[in-house]
Design a protein around this ligand. Structure first.
Ligand code: NAD
Length: 355
């Protein structure tokens, strides 16, 4: 297949590109605006692989998106491009509405015009796979059953509201225009190349540098953690085997409180790189909670595991060890990202927050 993949220089998108090149014969047309969250280095071997082409473009640019479809004639779309950081959506929601809602609308319209002109054979294989989050389902109490494909939507943050809006648009294009769409909703991802504003890399790097480890509230907020390479493998199965009109809830069955996550990072770092000043848990600081902070997210992936014959291979401890070891081995990358932030070139000043 020739896949049109959006956001392929982001954290999850680049993992999908790497997975596709290592494990399939597919060709990848990677459309990315190259925002602050993008990293061309994360493409690794793809940068020189002839099965991958990078196009710098904004998904909200209708003429550019029409041109991409006309020029490259993809067999399927994997749509990952988004503004993705909740704290940023609280500080400045406009970009989230523009990319996540308007951008998805523009991409759907370009896909629809292209799809309608395909012959019956190519129509039969075409898929528009939209990658979304479990945050669209709202928050769970401690005893609630996990989210699944039929959980009603209840988004609470500007980020999750913009993703919910895009999910609704995608399903509407299926029902109204018969565009063959698929939605997947996934829990918190972690792994190599994650931008150091997100919880696991932020805490890892702060702990390495002996800085305070800020934890929102009392640290009891709970998330379900999925290793990014396991997610990438699941997404490729969705686009290859998923049924149009279906939703796939993808989860790792690894719920942990934020405090458990931070303590696990400290323990792994202490074993790898002991700190002469003492155990790193001493650096934990409880800070004022995020406004409207959802208490718990958790996915029940039972249906997806059965439908796609997929199950996340990594438990949290195994995935976390690989992740931390990757950050220890790739200091040049994260130091340059952090240096750019401190120089004010790529990031606003309000992002030094955590769990
Ligand atoms: P990311 O922020 O790391 O990467 C997003 C990528 O999209 C970047 O490369 C960026 O340059 C690109 N992009 C942003 N706006 C664009 C635009 N207007 N046009 C073209 N490209 C644009 O995000 P991520 O963590 O890799 O998430 C990928 C997708 O997965 C998102 O849709 C997100 O909502 C979803 N998701 C993420 C998680 C998670 O834990 N990271 C969990 C569930 C779902």
């Amino acid at each position: 297949m020739k896949l049109l993949l959006t956001g392929g220089c982001g954290f999850i998108g680049s993992a999908v590109v790497r997975h596709l090149l290592r494990h399939t014969d597919h060709i990848i047309v990677n459309v990315d605006k190259m925002t602050y969250a993008a990293s061309e280095e994360a493409l690794e071997d793809a940068r020189t692989d002839r099965r991958h082409v990078l196009i710098r473009a904004d998904i909200a640019d209708a003429a550019a998106m029409r041109q991409v479809f006309t020029t490259h004639q993809p067999d399927a779309v994997m749509h990952l491009a988004a503004e993705s950081h909740v704290d940023r959506s609280i500080d400045g929601p406009a970009d989230f509405v523009q990319t996540n809602v308007v951008g998805t609308f523009i991409l759907l319209e370009a896909a629809r015009a292209y799809y309608e002109a395909l012959d019956a054979g190519r129509k039969a294989v075409f898929r528009f796979h939209h990658v979304s989050t479990d945050e669209v389902f709202g928050a769970l109490e401690a005893d609630d059953p996990p989210f699944c494909e039929t959980t009603p939507y209840d988004p609470r943050s500007p980020y999750s509201a913009s993703k919910a809006a895009s999910d609704h648009l995608v399903r509407a294009w299926q029902h109204t225009y018969k565009l063959p769409t698929i939605v997947s909703n996934t829990c918190n991802n972690y792994g190599p190349w994650q931008f150091p504003e997100k919880l696991i890399p932020l805490v890892t790097l702060n702990a390495l540098e002996g800085k305070e480890l800020p934890v929102y509230g009392d640290g009891s907020n709970m998330r379900d953690w999925l290793f990014v390479e396991d997610h990438a493998a699941a997404l490729v199965r969705v686009v290859e085997q998923g049924k149009p009109g279906e939703t796939y809830a993808i989860g790792g069955r690894q719920p942990r409180t934020n405090l458990q996550v931070v303590k696990a990072i400290c323990a792994h770092l202490d074993s790898r790189v002991p700190d002469p000043a003492g155990k790193r848990e001493r650096l934990i600081r409880f800070v004022t909670d995020r406004p409207g902070h959802d208490f718990r997210y958790e996915i029940d992936p039972t249906r997806t595991e059965g439908a796609l014959a997929w199950k996340a291979p990594h438990d949290f401890e195994a995935g976390l060890a690989k992740t931390i070891d990757w950050y220890l081995a790739n200091t040049a990358w994260w130091r340059s990202v952090r240096a750019a932030r401190y120089a004010g070139q790529r990031l606003g000043a309000k992002t030094e927050r955590a769990a």
